[in-house]
Design a protein around this ligand. Structure first.
Ligand SMILES: O=C(O)CCC(=O)c1ccccc1C(=O)O
Ligand SMILES: [Mg+2]
Length: 365
């Protein structure tokens, strides 16, 4: 960044309700509260001929209890970042929020959006320096409901063009979950990929029975069946997984890549940029996982349009990424602004405009 730059960080709170609460084994998500962040280069008066407006970058901090710092800690961290940016600069501001992952996510995303915008490059190419990517595959996210509700939601997703559905499981008995999955399989046919996410709900024995039943239903991936701490448990499950891939999500935050790979605990690892501290961090983790032959997959934490679009750019910077949990915009009743990402035929269409490609989220200027 240029020495002449004079970046200022602004943030404002938001609260977004879900259309209906998302039921998971780890609790119910009814609304997402966070902070929209904007970086403005006050030194850039547009007189360089690049445009009439100063360059702007957007970020989003949407903390989620259990996954990130609290909302209060996030707000304090953003306050610190604001001050550090004013007195010292971007690197110092990032350092000041190093341990508040949602706040760091917002600041790093805003910095990357600003820089990619200055370079007139879509964010995913600024991140990955890779080829043009038109689409990334995505899954539908289906909450833990009754068998009838689950079947209806899966049918609706398939009607909208999804070819992969991820079902939340683990709230009821394993037998009931197997029955739910069996009913969904019956309803959608053999060509739809089905995954399940237990959010740490099961004991080893329960996970064994679930795997057996799910394997018979052709489930492709079982995400986080055991508590995050159970590294060896997941490694043991993998040895009898009957073709079902084991994914770790919560486990990544607890153990990190090296421990997971050393233990042989996962076929797939879920990357949530909001929980990892930013798409820059998540991209490094993805590269390391690929090197160790574990597949990285990207999901949101049910975020607003700014963070969600950032996650789409991250997925587009990962070569051959499997279907990702990025089609979560429809779960929100309201959003921070217009969605630049079209979800179509089971894919997210990657924005090719400069930066994030998100506009009209701040309202003024
Ligand atoms: O992966 C998806 O389809 C959507 C994201 C998702 O399921 C999720 C959303 C918020 C918090 C936790 C999780 C999770 O994957 O466990
Ligand atoms: Mg998960």
């Amino acid at each position: 960044m240029s020495a002449a730059e004079d970046l200022s960080l602004e943030y404002r709170p938001f609260s977004l309700d879900l259309v209906e609460p998302l039921e998971t084994a780890d609790g119910t998500i009814a609304s997402r509260d966070g902070f929209l962040v904007r970086l403005v280069d006050e030194a850039d008066d547009g007189s360089d001929g690049a445009g009439d407006e100063p360059a702007v970058g957007y970020g989003e901090a949407t903390p989620l209890p259990g996954w990130t710092e609290s909302r209060e800690d996030c707000e304090r961290a953003l306050e610190r970042a604001q001050e550090a940016l004013r007195t010292d600069g971007p690197s110092e501001a990032l350092e000041a929020v190093d341990r508040q992952v949602a706040a760091r996510h917002a600041l790093s995303l805003a910095l990357a959006d600003l820089q990619a915008t200055r370079e007139s490059t879509p964010l995913y190419r600024y991140l990955g320096q890779g080829p043009m990517v038109g689409r990334v595959p995505v899954n539908a996210t289906i909450g833990d409901g009754s068998p009838d509700e689950t079947v209806a939601a899966a049918r609706a997703a398939v009607d909208r063009g999804f070819t992969t559905c991820k079902l939340k499981v683990g709230l009821r008995s394993v037998e009931d979950d197997i029955e739910r999955v069996r009913r969904v399989r019956e309803a959608v046919g053999d060509r739809i990929e089905l995954r399940a996410d237990a959010n740490e709900a099961w004991t080893f024995e329960e996970a064994q029975s679930a795997l057996e039943g799910f394997a018979d239903c052709g489930v492709s991936i079982l995400e986080q069946p055991l508590p995050a701490g159970a590294l060896e448990g997941h490694a043991d499950l993998r040895k009898e997984s009957r073709g079902v891939s084991i994914a770790l999500d919560e486990g990544l935050l607890e153990h990190g890549v090296d421990a997971i790979c050393d233990a042989g605990a996962a076929d797939v690892v879920v990357l949530k940029p909001m929980a990892l501290g930013g798409i820059d961090v998540a991209r490094q983790v993805a590269a390391w996982l690929s090197e160790l032959e574990v597949a990285p997959l990207v999901t949101t934490t049910i975020d607003g349009v700014v963070a969600r679009t950032g996650a789409v750019h991250l997925a587009a910077a990962i070569p051959d990424v499997p279907a990702c949990g990025l089609a979560t915009g429809d779960l929100l009743a309201t959003d921070l602004g217009r969605d630049p990402v079209l979800i179509e035929k089971g894919s997210a269409v990657v924005p090719q405009a400069k930066g994030l490609g998100v506009a009209d989220v701040w309202g003024d200027r």
